[in-house]
Design a protein around this ligand. Structure first.
Ligand code: N01
Length: 545
């Protein structure tokens, strides 16, 4: 497809990232006869599951759903051992996929994309990469496809004197590959999001004493992980396709018992029993107890009340229980966390919960590091190691980290500084021949990740095939289509209580970041219809030339 262009493209597509998205894009491109090169900063495939190796790290979406469905042979030959796969099992799965489809041969590891510049004469991207030794390579490509990760750019707040600390420090999202032994150590964990909540119980088991520095408590439900039985696996494999079809019809592409009724439509006793049933199922399906928990403030108040009673039941010390209860936040506004023995961990005598919210009168948050520990809430804590479970510059961080420049000289970082507007969550006006996956304006973080990735990747590669067949070499989302899509995203967000919470969905976790609820929350079926409507109408919303 690159004949006639000057200079000639080296490949049809450059793909950034070798996680679930990058790997599937490479596979799909190859299937459709496109040449491609992948670049990955890590030393091997895996993305999120390559970097996040902290104790307790596992997926909180069921493994039989959080997996590829493009190949029935793959579905049949791989057997998940647990309801929620652990990080090692997920990584083994991704490595198996890379081997099975021979994907590594197109990927250059330990290499970052530093910059990408679109040339409007040739309709090509010039992409410059840098490896670990600082060696640069330049690749010309018709398309620039991003699978760089939604939660891959780690964030460590700029705590005063952080570098003075002489103990070991870790970020959950950049965990060492060799085992870390915390035995006999005084360990501090900063952060109580999903990563903190998964790792804290295991760190507590190892450490001599664990100090949890909590700024904001989080809603956490019991994960209830367990081994999958041979019968369950056999039943699934007998009709995996039917299971997937049902999965695709759910707003989150995640199948779980879901009751569409309002929490207000039943008696107090019936509501309690329904909450109990979903509580026993465990994990994120707890939100399926009633259809309006995230739509109606009163229903949300009722689920919050139920949850608070559970915390007071589990946590022995009433003062600690109160500290673990969010004040005035929407239940499920931030991403709901699924934990194993999380609340119970605070009953241990070797675990101390330190309130660094600064909420109590005269109390301070985290003040500063010293060479031997941390000064927080007016007290000095002597520590041998600190674990930062402080999250990520989500959704946009990995994209704006690359110097991506459109034909008018504007970088995507500049363009997104006032809001990460996109068309269909995949394209950006001003940046031709670029597609992002799972990014802002897409449903990514609200649908089962791997399913959403496959859908977007199929759509992107189909669009590239259409361009090839029609002789087009340039595609750009129109300003009007993008504006209309942003309205669709905003209207969907307005239906939900979720945007009322400060979270990484809104950018509130990163100081100075433009704040706006970024994902499309209108559901996977509706999203697919929007994408299909564009494709069916010769890729409506794009200028093609
Ligand atoms: O990050 P987070 P995460 N001083 O942003 C605290 C996915 N994931 O890595 O709320 C003190 O949620 C911050 O406090 P606050 C999943 O989608 C999935 O845990 O800002 N504390 C918060 O407690 C998840 O949602 C899985 O007040 C500070 C924590 O750090 C997403 O990744 C597992 C601070 C950050 O929580 C991110 O989760 C793990 C400061 N200055 C992750 N700054 C599963 O599949 C931040 N914090 C299970």
């Amino acid at each position: 497809m690159t004949e006639g262009s000057s200079p000639v493209a080296d490949v049809d597509a450059v793909v950034v990232g070798a996680g679930f998205a990058g790997l599937y894009l490479l596979h799909r491109l190859r299937q459709k006869g496109f040449t491609a090169r992948g670049f990955e900063s890590g030393g091997d495939v895996g993305g999120t599951w390559y970097w996040n190796r902290y104790p307790g790290c596992r997926c909180d979406i069921e493994s039989v759903q959080y997996s590829y469905q493009f190949s029935d042979e793959l579905q049949q030959e791989w057997t998940w051992s647990e309801r929620y796969a652990s990080q090692p099992e997920l990584l083994a799965y991704i490595e198996h996929v890379a081997d099975r489809f021979d994907l590594r041969r197109d990927i250059t590891f330990e290499t970052r994309v530093a910059s990408a510049t679109f040339d409007d004469d040739t309709h090509l991207w010039t992409i410059v990469t840098t490896d670990r030794e600082g060696e640069e390579e330049t690749v010309r490509s018709r398309f620039f496809l991003l699978g760089s990760g939604v939660l891959s750019t780690t964030s460590i707040p700029d705590f005063p004197n952080r570098d003075d600390f002489e103990g070991d420090t870790f970020h959950t999202g950049r965990w060492p590959h060799e085992p870390v032994d915390f035995s006999g150590k005084r360990v501090g964990v900063i952060g109580t999001g999903s990563s903190g909540i998964q790792s804290i119980p295991l760190l507590a088991e190892q450490a001599e004493h664990l100090y949890v520095f909590q700024r904001t408590p989080n809603y956490v439900v019991p994960a209830r992980n367990r081994p999958l039985t041979a019968d369950e696996v056999a039943e699934l494999k007998a009709d995996y396709a039917g299971f997937r079809a049902r999965q695709w019809e759910r707003p989150s592409a995640f199948l779980f018992p879901f009751n569409p009724d309002s929490a207000l439509s039943v008696s107090d006793q019936e509501r309690f029993e329904q909450f109990e049933r979903q509580w026993d199922i465990g994990g994120l399906p707890f939100l399926g107890a009633f259809g309006d928990l995230l739509l109606n403030a009163e229903s949300n108040r009722l689920v919050t009340e139920y949850w608070q009673a559970k915390v007071r039941e589990v946590v022995d010390d009433p003062a600690i229980a109160e500290l673990l209860i969010p004040k005035g936040d929407i239940f499920g506004g931030k991403r709901l966390c699924a934990g194993t023995n999380y609340l119970e961990t605070y009953n241990r005598s070797d675990v101390t919960l330190v309130d660094v919210s600064g909420a109590a009168e005269g109390a301070a948050g985290i003040e500063y590091f010293t060479s031997t520990g941390l000064q927080a809430a007016g007290q000095h804590y002597e520590l041998d190691a600190v674990v930062f479970a402080t999250g990520f510059d989500a959704m946009t961080g990995s994209v704006v980290a690359m110097d991506i420049t459109g034909p008018d000289g504007t970088t995507i970082k500049q363009q997104w500084s006032n809001g990460a507007d996109t068309y269909l969550g995949m394209a950006v006006h001003g940046f031709p021949n670029l597609f992002n996956t799972q990014g802002p304006g897409g449903p990514g973080v609200f649908v089962t990740m791997v399913t959403g990735i496959e859908h977007q990747s199929d759509w992107i590669v189909d669009c590239m095939s259409y361009m090839r067949d029609s002789g087009y070499t340039r595609l750009e989302a129109t300003a009007e289509a993008q504006e209309n899509w942003v309205n669709v995203v905003d209207e969907a967000a307005a239906q939900s209580l979720r945007p009322k919470s400060d979270s990484w969905y809104t950018g509130a976790n990163i100081p100075g970041k433009h704040q706006k609820f970024m994902p499309y929350i209108g559901g996977f079926p509706a999203y697919r219809q929007h994408c299909q409507a564009s494709a069916d109408n010769d890729y409506a919303g794009f200028n093609l030339s």
